[in-house]
Design a protein around this ligand. Structure first.
Ligand code: PRP
Length: 184
């Protein structure tokens, strides 16, 4: 594989995550929130975002798996992949969300199929409020009209890795967000 190109360096990520945390602190002043990370990509973003919060907060995770035949990593890199959007919970959250403020935390909002499905599923559990924080947003790929309430960076349709995002499970640990070149 050709070399990765840095798209968003770690300093810019840290600065933007701090700003997002400040927005959440302001919006939920005097209240408590549950940060609900979607495994696995959101784990690193959630760990940094949670440390920016000064309000009463806890965090939890859910795991999802998309139905449909996922292509090989090489095919996904070349042509992308749109799941059916129907997801199966592989790990449910540990606590009840009835009457709670919940912020769904995602690494990337792409077609919007996953979050549209998840939002509907979670709204049925009667939270007090449900918002979405996405570090990255690819609006050009959207298939469902869903928006995040807190967005870190709007990015072009490039295959990105690092800071939780993977290519065939690799690169999640990179501190910067990088582009995997599609050609080569
Ligand atoms: C990614 C990402 C979102 C979803 C977004 O997860 O974390 O959950 O895809 O795509 P969508 O808007 O097109 O539905 P992925 O399935 O790659 O799993 P991972 O988080 O374990 O890497």
């Amino acid at each position: 594989m050709t070399e990765l190109k840095v798209l968003i360096p770690r300093e810019k990520i840290a600065q933007r995550v701090a700003e997002m945390g400040a927005d959440i602190n302001r919006d939920y002043a005097g209240q408590s929130v549950i940060l609900l990370g979607v495994l696995k990509g959101a784990a690193i973003f959630l760990s940094d975002l949670s440390r920016e919060l000064r309000i009463d907060s806890t965090f939890d995770f859910i795991g999802v798996s998309s139905y449909g035949n996922r292509p090989t990593p090489a095919q996904e890199l070349k042509s992308g992949w749109d799941s059916t959007g129907e997801v199966r919970l592989t790990k449910d959250m540990d606590q009840s969300m009835i009457g709670k403020n919940v912020i769904l935390v995602e690494d990337i909002l792409d077609t919007g199929l996953t979050l549209t499905y998840l939002k509907k599923l979670l709204m049925a559990r009667q939270p007090k409020s449900l918002r979405i924080a996405a570090l990255l947003d690819k609006p050009s790929r959207r298939k469902q009209p869903i928006q995040a309430d807190y967005v870190g960076f709007s990015i072009p349709d490039e295959f990105v890795v690092g800071y939780g995002l993977d290519y065939a499970e690799k690169y999640r640990n990179l501190p910067d967000i990088c582009i995997v070149p599609r050609e080569g």
